[in-house]
Design a binder for this molecule. Structure first.
Ligand SMILES: C[S@@+](CC[C@H](N)C(=O)[O-])C[C@H]1O[C@@H](n2cnc3c(N)ncnc32)[C@H](O)[C@@H]1O
Length: 220
C-alpha cells in the first residue's frame, strides 16, 4: 500500500518523486533499524534524544504557536508532535513518512493523530494548506542526485505553507566524505541562496550544534 489517508490526497507519480530504488532502500533501511532498536531515537539514526529535542526547539523557534496547523515531512514516530504538546504548543498536526513500519509505530503511540505514509509528492494538497511546513533529518540521506530532490522538496514545502518553512540539514563544511558515509551534507550558503529564489525572507541558523544548520523561510 503506497499511502494511508483520504484517496483524494493521493497524487499520481510525478517527475518530482524520489527515485524508486532510493525509496525502496530508505524504507528497508528504516525497517531494519526499527527491528534492531524498537521505538528509540537510534531507530531514526539520531545519536540521542537530546539531539532530537534541540532540533525540535530550533524548528519551533520560527514562530509556531498553539493552534497553528503544521505539516511534518519525514515525521518518524511523530515525536515532534509530542514535544510541541509538552511545550504548550498543541498544533493541528499532520505527519508524513516514507517508512510504513516507523509510521505504524508512531500511530500506535499516538492514536488518532493524522499520520500518512508516503513522501511529499505523493500528496496533492493545494498550495498554502498548512501554517507551517517543517522537516528534521529527512534530507540527511545521500540520494546521489546532487541535491536535486532536496531542492524539489524545499520548493514544495514552501508552496504548501501559509506562514513559513523550517528545515535542518547537516553542514557540509564540518564533515569529510568518509565521515558522511551514506549521509548527505549541504553547504549552508548554497542552500540559502536557493531558498532566496523562493522568498526574500529567509535566514540560516547555525548557533545550536557544531555540524548542523536550520533554514527559516517566511512568506514575505
Ligand atoms: C532522521 S529521521 C527523523 C524523524 C523525525 N523528523 C524526528 O526528528 O524524530 C528521518 C525520517 O524521515 C523519513 N524519510 C526519509 N526520507 C523521506 C522522504 N523523502 N519523505 C518522507 N519521509 C522520509 C524516514 O523514514 C525517517 O523516519
Amino acid at each position: 500500500m503506497r499511502s494511508w489517508g483520504p484517496f483524494w490526497l493521493i497524487n499520481h507519480a510525478s517527475a518530482d518523486d524520489m527515485n524508486p530504488l532510493q525509496r525502496r532502500r530508505l524504507i528497508e533501511r528504516h525497517r531494519d533499524s526499527l527491528n534492531l532498536h524498537g521505538y528509540a531515537p537510534d531507530a531514526l539514526f539520531w545519536q540521542s534524544r537530546g539531539l532530537q529535542k534541540v532540533l525540535f526547539r530550533v524548528l519551533a523557534d520560527i514562530g509556531v504557536s498553539a493552534g497553528d496547523s503544521l505539516l511534518d515531512v519525514g515525521c518518524g514516530f511523530a515525536d515532534l508532535h509530542s514535544w510541541l504538546r509538552g511545550h504548550d504548543l498543541s498544533v493541528d498536526y499532520t505527519g508524513i513518512d516514507l517508512s510504513p513500519e516507523i509510521l505504524a509505530t508512531g500511530a500506535r503511540m499516538n492514536p488518532g493523530l493524522n499520520l500518512l505514509c508516503g513522501e511529499l509528492f505523493d500528496f496533492a494538497w493545494p498550495p498554502r494548506s498548512f501554517d507551517w511546513v517543517v522537516l528534521s533529518g529527512t534530507l540527511n540521506w545521500n540520494l546521489h542526485d546532487d541535491g536535486g530532490y532536496a531542492r524539489r522538496v524545499i520548493t514544495r514545502m514552501f508552496e504548501l505553507c501559509r506562514q513559513g518553512v523550517a528545515f535542518n540539514m547537516l553542514d557540509a563544511r564540518k564533515f569529510s566524505v568518509t565521515q558522511l558515509g551514506d549521509m548527505q551534507a549541504y553547504d549552508p550558503g548554497s542552500i540559502l541562496e536557493f531558498c532566496a529564489t523562493l522568498t526574500p525572507d529567509c535566514r540560516c541558523r547555525s548557533d545550536y550544534l557544531p555540524d548542523d544548520f536550520t533554514i527559516y523561510m517566511r512568506r514575505a
